[in-house]
Design a binder for this molecule. Structure first.
Ligand code: ADP
Ligand code: MG
Length: 625
């Protein structure tokens, strides 16, 4: 008698199950590179060579992958013939024994999946030797099946060649992007790994259609990450690197970020590591971007090369099959560490104090080697800095009251820049000796006010001041309704409002950092903007309020200014060590370097009187700086 409701669940054949599982680890050719290079690093290799074998010209995209192969060779510890065979079994690893070890293993791999996964979806040859006999073992594995094994000559180390990837998983192959896109992904994966291990020599070479191998990229071992970065991304980025080194209790952060002068079009030069393992983590990326708020225009990005070290049990590295992401037990502390350290490094650079001494906190366990072991930490020389040659500026903390810029008696001390005049009621013209500089008067003043207001606001966070005679803000009925709907959000940043009949509200209190004599203009303009876009978070709201106030307090474009006022402005700016971009990230200084002037007038540069004017000069004459 047949059952009318047959059972539906079946156990998948081993080969199918393992191909499905392999998909999690091996998504594309660059995943193979990631796993093989990690294995080589775990094996203690000092030299790692990646070779890409490309089909001859004329192969179609479909054909491409059939004829494509990659191999990774290393001079690491190698494998005993028995181990070599076992390495391809599932869950085969020499790196952990128990689940607890996952947290503490110093190796990049530990899941014992990679070789099995690769071998289940490709044709693999593995040659390895674990001693100096010169005699190793060669294995051939295809689709997870061992096809052959024999002795073969080999130096100590391992070479794995992976060909015809996804030959038995056509659906996967369809998901691959163009050969060119996949190759650049491979390259990026390779670079990312090399950045985490500056002490290892990396070589990338290509063989096209059976010709001789050509070296694409030779990355010698170095102690200096900066050199490696310069090699990949050029002198401009490298010249703008700022060191980061900080610790908080057992947490540690080291590496480099770029100053606000470097602007990338995307995030592709942002690299994070946890204990040398490249990771992608949303908390860390957010902490980085937030630290550059008001220093970079929107859709411009900094670069970073930052390595975190957290205690073993504070980080779960086993949340992602490709071990890309990690989970922090306390994401807030990770955020604070990165955000604080990046802000400190930026501030130090703006103030011309880009030496590790200026950073908050002593690195915990300072005797441990820096994970990037960059050799030039400790020297601030050569970092971009505003103040080169003009002494250490006063600290911005505890800065003067908001309007000192025009106050005769508490004018800023002379900055070494001499104001010459004003052009078109828009630009201040001044000189530092070797060059002529123009500043957008409004934007420069705005930057000063913006930073000072922010300091004030952070100092007395949330404090308000009652108005002796409340201001009446009258607008359309709809606008006032919207406003009153968000009264709580406004209250949180210091604006206390109450309804005042139809189509009006009464402003009773305002944030303490708004100068009371400017309150009408500032408050009205801010509320007008708010009504247009009321759905802002408190942090954005505060920034917006500060920006509006800064704009209001600053000299206007088109305003005639006396020499004394302009000199005061320039002195305040340089002595305060502010960023040379306005709060929206636009540059407002333009420098005509001495070299350019000389060239124009056909005067040979004689070296005489060429003062080091820091990075501005180095960025080329006549550029925005
Ligand atoms: P995992 O790296 O997670 O242990 P893999 O599948 O990547 O798993 O590798 C399995 C084992 O094979 C490793 O634990 C290691 O013992 C050995 N192995 C793999 N690649 C190499 C290599 N290049 N050199 C030496 N041993 C290797
Ligand atoms: Mg591995």
């Amino acid at each position: 008698m047949s059952d009318p409701r047959p059972a539906k669940i079946r156990i998948l054949p081993e080969a199918v199950a393992s191909r499905i599982a392999a998909g999690e680890v091996i998504e594309r050719p660059s995943s193979v590179v990631r796993e093989l290079v990690d294995n080589a690093l775990d094996a203690g290799a000092r030299r790692i060579q990646l070779r890409l074998e490309l089909p001859g010209a004329g192969a179609s995209d479909a054909d491409f992958w059939r004829h494509f192969a990659l191999s990774v060779g290393d001079d690491g510890c190698g494998m005993h013939p028995e181990d070599l065979e076992r390495a391809f079994a599932k869950h085969a690893t020499s790196k952990i024994r128990d689940i607890e070890d996952v947290f503490t293993t110093p190796t990049l791999g530990f899941r014992g999946e990679a070789l099995a996964a690769i071998a289940s979806v490709a044709r693999v040859e593995a040659l390895s030797c674990d001693g100096d006999s010169g005699e190793g073992c060669l294995l051939r594995v295809e689709g997870g099946a061992l096809l052959g094994r024999r002795g073969a000559a080999s130096p100590r180390g391992t070479r794995l060649r992976v060909a015809d990837l996804f030959y038995n998983a056509p659906a996967r192959r369809k998901f691959l992007r163009s050969p060119q896109a996949e190759r650049s992904e491979i390259r990026r994966e390779f670079l990312h790994r090399s950045l985490g291990h500056p002490g290892v020599h990396f070589v990338l070479e290509t063989v096209q259609g059976g010709e001789k191998p050509e070296i694409d990229l030779e990355i010698p071992a170095t102690l200096d990450l900066r050199g490696r970065v310069e090699r990949f991304w050029g002198a401009e980025l490298a010249a703008n690197l700022l060191p980061v080194e900080t610790g908080e209790g057992p947490l540690r952060l080291t590496g480099f970020i770029t100053s606000h002068r470097h602007r990338a079009r995307n995030r592709s030069t942002q690299f994070f590591f946890h204990k040398r393992r490249p990771i992608v983590n949303a908390t860390l990326s957010a902490a980085l971007s937030h630290a550059y708020l008001n220093l970079l225009p929107s859709r411009n990005y900094p670069a970073c090369f930052l390595a975190l070290e957290f205690p073993d049990h504070d980080v779960d590295v086993n949340v992602h099959p490709q071990k890309r992401d990690v989970r922090f037990r306390d994401p807030d502390s990770a955020y604070r560490l990165v955000h604080g350290a990046v802000k400190d490094a930026l501030r130090a650079s703006l103030e011309g104090k880009a030496t590790p001494g200026a950073y908050r906190g002593e690195p915990a366990g300072a005797s441990r080697p820096n994970i990037f072991s960059f050799s030039d930490r400790g020297s601030g020389a050569g970092f971009p800095s505003f103040q080169a040659g003009f002494g250490v500026p006063e600290s911005r903390a505890g800065s003067q009251p908001v309007q000192t810029v025009f106050g005769g008696e508490n004018a800023a001390p002379f900055s070494g820049k001499r104001v010459l005049g004003q052009v078109d009621h828009l630009f201040i013209v001044f000189t530092d000796g070797p060059s002529l500089i123009l500043a957008d008067q409004h934007a420069l003043h705005e930057r000063i006010h913006f930073d000072r207001l922010r300091l004030k606001m952070e100092g007395g966070s949330g404090a308000t001041q009652p108005l002796l005679s409340p201001l009446i803000y009258a607008r359309s009925r709809n606008q006032i309704e919207t406003l009153m709907l968000h009264a709580d959000a406004l209250k949180a940043i210091g604006f206390i409002l109450s309804p005042f009949g139809e189509g009006a509200a009464q402003i009773e209190e305002i944030p303490a950092w708004i100068p009371v004599d400017r309150v009408e203009g500032v408050a009205f303009e801010f509320l007008d903007q708010f009504v247009e876009n009321p759905a802002m978070g408190p942090a954005d709201l505060r920034e917006r309020a500060i920006a509006t106030t800064a704009c209001h307090l600053s000299v206007r474009a088109g305003e005639p200014l006396s020499l004394g006022v302009m000199q005061d402005l320039i002195d305040s700016f340089y002595r305060g060590g502010y960023a040379d971009v306005c709060p929206h990230g636009r540059p407002f200084l333009y420098r005509l370097g001495g070299e350019l002037l000389r060239r124009h007038f056909d005067r040979p540069s004689c070296g005489r009187g060429l003062v080091d004017t820091g990075d501005l000069e180095r960025r080329g004459d006549g550029e925005y700086s």
